[in-house]
Ligand binder design. Structure first.
Ligand code: NAI
Ligand code: UGA
Length: 480
């Protein structure tokens, strides 16, 4: 029986391995992690991450051919194929701080693999890593190998949160990079055989190692670039009376451009886009390509601009001050259908409003108070480390109140900010909300999910990203 071990039981390791176990009953899959609470949660009824369809898959396989364990060394030493899906945060100190990927966790995993292995292994990079990381990993493994043959493959993951199970069951492509040697090709074939259990052959792409590593960074950079492009257009729409939804629709009808990923928003969030682009920028700089680095840096700058612009819209609309005013924040997760808050634009918007002394009442159907308080008090990039290495009890932000209901959040509020596109926010009783708010009552829609005309009829003053401006807002300063 082929044995797979995945180091890192996070958003990628957990769902990816669950789907492999589901589709390959003849393979034994062990997911291991240094975090005891995380593994306990994977073994309980309350999985550590919220992802539609995940619970079903886990329940079908757990205890059959899918195991979650903290016995990292045992499972690594027994495995034929080892996926490494650990954190690759942005460095906060030293060389490359603020840009380069911190490979501490990757390196320690590689050293541990070298230490405990007694048989040949295929080691698969599942984490997103800088291009040519495989070379460094190869050096660590072969310098300590005791004659064991290690083959390194790059098999980046393209799943998106909220749709992870569907993305894994029906991937657009599976990308496998390996050495162009006979052993390298054999390793590629072994991994292809795993995916071939459910992925059509023409969707499994084999490349060299560096192409696979770089393709992952490139794909995320292209996706984020589309959002920054449409968000840049949203500012111009507001200035000219165009409607960004109509512009996106018209532009996306061009089959060369396509309709997906053209929704204007308060800004992109999530654990990877910013981190991976910063990493790409750093790699370009290290390779003497400052023009290329600056090109990609702009994608992040526009994203920051969009978040600032939103905060400024809120403050300037409300007579240039939100001091002491209650603002309801609907949605904290970085997108709908996930409880993940990593790099969510809501953090920046909340911090901006708190900077102007607002009082915030926050509601998200999947994010609890503890997480919100941690996020609002944590330093930039600190979230991307294993749980036990994060600050234990950050001080709670006093002006923040977390509630479990949108109506409670909006009661007596001066303004409402919609920051995650949860479906339930589309169908709220906005008349009831209006009746219970201070007047004039403002709605700032950072996701373009509400019916602007209907809300204006009720009496709200409405700002919706990239839409023709409410007369109230027309003469207000628009930019960051
Ligand atoms: N979250 C996402 O949607 C995607 C993430 N990625 C990449 O996948 C990688 C992992 O991301 P996530 O799963 O989101 O992170 P995560 O933080 O949810 O999971 C990483 C896990 O690795 C564990 N870990 C760290 N060092 C370890 C070690 N030495 N031994 C055992 N366990 C260790 C941590 O405790 C943590 O549970 C990152 O490189 C990320 O860029 C790629 C595609 C999608
Ligand atoms: O490497 C990763 O981590 C993953 O990053 C993204 O996935 P994810 O961050 O989970 O979610 P997305 O759906 O890409 O959304 C990212 C952010 O962009 C925003 N977004 C997305 C699409 C859009 O049109 N407009 C927009 O503002 C979302 O609201 C969210 O804040 C990529 O889509 C995945 O392919 C990739 O594997």
């Amino acid at each position: 029986m082929v044995k797979i071990c995945c180091i890192g039981a996070g958003y990628v390791g957990g769902p990816t391995m669950a789907v492999i176990a589901l589709k390959c009953p003849s393979i034994e899959v062990a997911v291991v992690d240094i975090s005891i609470p995380r593994i306990n949660a994977w073994n309980s009824d309350q999985l550590p991450i919220y992802e539609p369809g995940l619970e079903d898959v886990v329940k079908q396989c757990r205890g059959r051919n899918l195991f979650f364990s903290t016995d990292v060394e045992k499972h690594v030493s027994e495995a034929d194929i080892i996926f490494v899906s650990v954190n690759t945060p942005t460095k906060t100190q030293g060389l490359g701080a603020g840009k380069a990927a911190d490979l501490t966790y990757w390196e320690s995993a590689a050293r541990m693999i070298a230490d405990v292995s007694k048989s040949n292994k295929i080691v698969v990079e599942k984490s997103t890593v800088p291009v040519r990381t495989a070379e460094a990993i190869e050096k660590i493994l072969t310098h300590n190998s005791k004659g064991i043959n290690f083959q390194i493959l790059s098999n980046p993951e393209f799943l998106a949160e909220g749709t992870a199970i569907q993305d894994l069951l029906k991937p657009d492509r599976v990308l496998i990079g390996g050495r162009e040697t006979p052993n390298g090709q054999k390793a590629i074939q072994a991994l292809k055989d795993v995916y071939a259990h459910w992925v059509p052959e023409d969707r499994i792409i084999a490349t060299n190692l560096w192409s696979a590593e770089l393709s992952k960074l490139a794909a995320n950079a292209f996706l984020a670039q589309r959002i920054s492009s449409v968000n840049a257009m949203s500012a111009l729409c507001e200035a000219t009376g165009a409607d960004v939804t109509q512009v996106s629709h018209a532009v996306g009808k061009d089959s060369r451009i396509g309709p997906k990923f053209l929704s204007a928003s308060v800004g992109f969030g999530g654990s990877c886009f910013q981190k991976d682009i910063l990493n790409l920028v750093y790699i370009c700089e290290c390779n003497g390509l400052p023009e290329v680095a600056n090109y990609w840096k702009q994608v992040i700058k526009v994203n920051d601009y969009q978040k600032n612009r939103f905060v400024n819209r809120v403050v300037s609309s409300m007579f240039n001050t939100v001091s002491g005013k209650k603002i309801a924040i609907l949605g904290f997760a970085f997108k709908k259908d996930t409880g993940d808050t990593r790099e969510t634009p809501t953090i920046d918007v909340c911090k901006g409003l708190l900077g102007d002394k607002a009082r915030l009442s926050i509601y998200d159907p999947q994010v609890n108070e503890d997480q919100i308080q941690r996020d609002l008090s944590m330093n930039k990039f600190d979230w991307d480390h294993p749980l036990h290495l994060q600050p234990l009890s950050p001080t709670a932000v006093k002006q923040v109140n977390v509630v479990w209901d949108a109506y409670e959040a909006t009661k007596d509020a001066h303004g409402v900010c919609i920051l995650t596109e949860w479906d339930e926010f589309k169908t709220l009783d906005y008349q009831r909300i209006y009746d219970n708010m201070r007047k004039p009552a403002f709605v700032f829609d950072g996701r373009n999910i509400i019916n602007v005309d209907k809300l204006r009829e009720i009496g709200f003053i409405v700002y919706s990203i990239g839409k023709p401006l409410d007369p109230w807002l027309k003469d207000m300063p628009a930019v960051a």
